[in-house]
Design a protein around this ligand. Structure first.
Ligand code: NDP
Ligand code: GDR
Length: 370
């Protein structure tokens, strides 16, 4: 039985990758951070009683900022594969916490690589590094491929750039099976609530049910190559099953503006919207509204721009070239953007139907900061 160790197991990708590896018969170990509230919502359905003999999913407390912890866990687990998914992954927040982001996302990767080396596991343990399309940043050429130059535009992207190159360097210097997956944006019903797609699908569901009046967004014109996280974790797995360690771009090859994602999400609940105005004044008005649970009048303003969501430096256009992953990994995504939006909307409509029922029964629902 192969053993895998995941950092970031409690995150979106960690949850889907755990499901995938368990279905392939792996023993999966995950590192979770200590938190003052439970933080295992995304993997609770995979829970196994640790008192049973040989559970195939085991969690360990830890943090990418603590070398001693990483060395001890790797020594204990002796993993065949490590997937380094742990990170402070929010681009906007990285401008607020740049030093922490460098430590967790940049040096954290070095700590894992060094732990493998210190323990003499260079020939046994393969490692996947969660690299990102944010490395491309300011557009140099499109579509972006494995050979497109990087120009990072945030503390997050700069930290990830260090992680990218230290992974390449350890592969070349010590012959380690260390690979970067340069993944473009991937989303799902499990996506963190403050990333733009999930923020949109949650707000759309709430507006359609009369639980929220308006959705405030930042740059509506940013273009992203959005895929489904379920497809992307399969690529991570395939990258570590190759004969030779290499880096791969994982993307759909299609790019879409944020405003179009907004239109698609509202269309799922029968609301047609039209954008009027420009820049910070831009507002999205309801044009027609056929199937919404809560009837909105034509002309109701449901989307507006709030400059607080603008980034000091923005990444305007991402569109990936997945040719190498298609030919060498045999990877092709099963979802397109329409099916992704449908999946996310179905899940959030269901979520807020429950919330509405609770409200109608007199329970107070807490507000959320973002
Ligand atoms: P999430 O934000 O959903 O999950 C991040 C995970 O990292 C969580 O489990 C989080 O723990 C954990 N984490 C955060 N800080 C630390 C730390 N200091 N030590 C250990 N663990 C930590 O991200 P995704 O699942 O979306 O992404 C997975 C990885 O892929 C990340 O590295 C991200 O940067 C990268 N990536 C993501 C893309 C995407 O579109 N989703 C695209 C390209 C790259 P907790 O739950 O406690 O917060
Ligand atoms: P991104 O994802 O920065 O690409 O990083 P995010 O969903 O946060 O932003 C995408 C684009 O939407 C614009 N935007 C907004 N973004 C947020 N979060 N909130 C808003 O209100 C809003 N309005 C407009 C942003 O300006 C941006 O242009 C994600 C993360 O998962 C990273 O970890 C990963 O590396 C990259 O994708 C690939």
């Amino acid at each position: 039985m192969k053993k895998a160790l995941l950092t970031g197991i409690t995150g979106q990708d960690g949850a889907y990758l755990t499901e995938l590896l368990l279905s392939k018969g792996y023993e999966v170990h995950g590192i979770k951070r200590r938190s003052s509230l439970f933080n295992t919502d995304r993997i609770d359905h995979l829970y196994q009683d640790p008192h049973e003999p040989h559970p195939s999913l085991v969690l360990h407390y830890g943090d990418l900022s603590d070398s001693t912890n990483l060395i001890r866990i790797i020594q204990q687990v002796q993993p065949d594969e490590i997937y380094n998914l742990g990170a402070m992954s929010h681009v906007k927040v990285s401008f607020d916490t740049p030093e922490y982001t460098a430590n967790a996302d940049g040096i954290g990767t070095l700590r894992l690589l060094e732990a493998i080396r210190i323990l003499g596991l260079e020939k046994k343990t393969r490692i996947y590094q969660a690299s990102t399309s944010e490395l491309y940043g300011l557009v140099q050429a499109v579509p972006q491929s494995e050979t497109t130059p990087f120009y990072p535009r945030s503390p997050y992207a700069v930290a990830k750039m260090y992680a990218y190159w230290i992974t390449v360097n350890y592969r070349e210097a010590y012959g380690m099976f260390a690979c970067n997956g340069i993944l473009f944006n991937h989303e799902s019903p499990l996506r963190g609530e403050t990333f733009v797609t999930r923020k949109i699908t949650r707000a759309t569901a709430k507006i359609a049910m009369g639980l929220q009046d308006k959705l405030y967004l930042g740059n509506l014109d940013a273009q992203r190559d959005w895929g489904h996280a379920k497809d992307y974790v399969e690529a991570m797995y395939l990258i570590l099953q190759q004969d030779t360690p290499e880096d791969f771009v994982i993307a759909t090859g299609v790019t879409t503006r944020v405003r179009e994602f907004v239109r698609m999400a509202f269309a799922e609940v029968g609301i047609t919207i039209e954008f009027k105005g420009e820049g910070v004044e831009e507002k999205g008005y309801v044009v027609s509204c056929s199937h919404s649970d809560y009837q909105l009048e034509a002309g109701t303003e449901v989307v507006a721009v709030d400059p607080k969501y603008f980034r000091p430096t923005e990444v305007e256009l991402l569109i990936g070239d997945p040719t190498k992953s298609k030919t060498k990994l045999g990877w092709t995504p099963k979802h397109d953007l329409a099916s992704l939006v449908k999946d996310m909307m179905t899940s959030d409509v269901e979520l807020f139907r429950k919330e509405r029922l609770l409200r109608e029964s007199g329970y107070q629902i807490k507000n959320q900061f973002e």
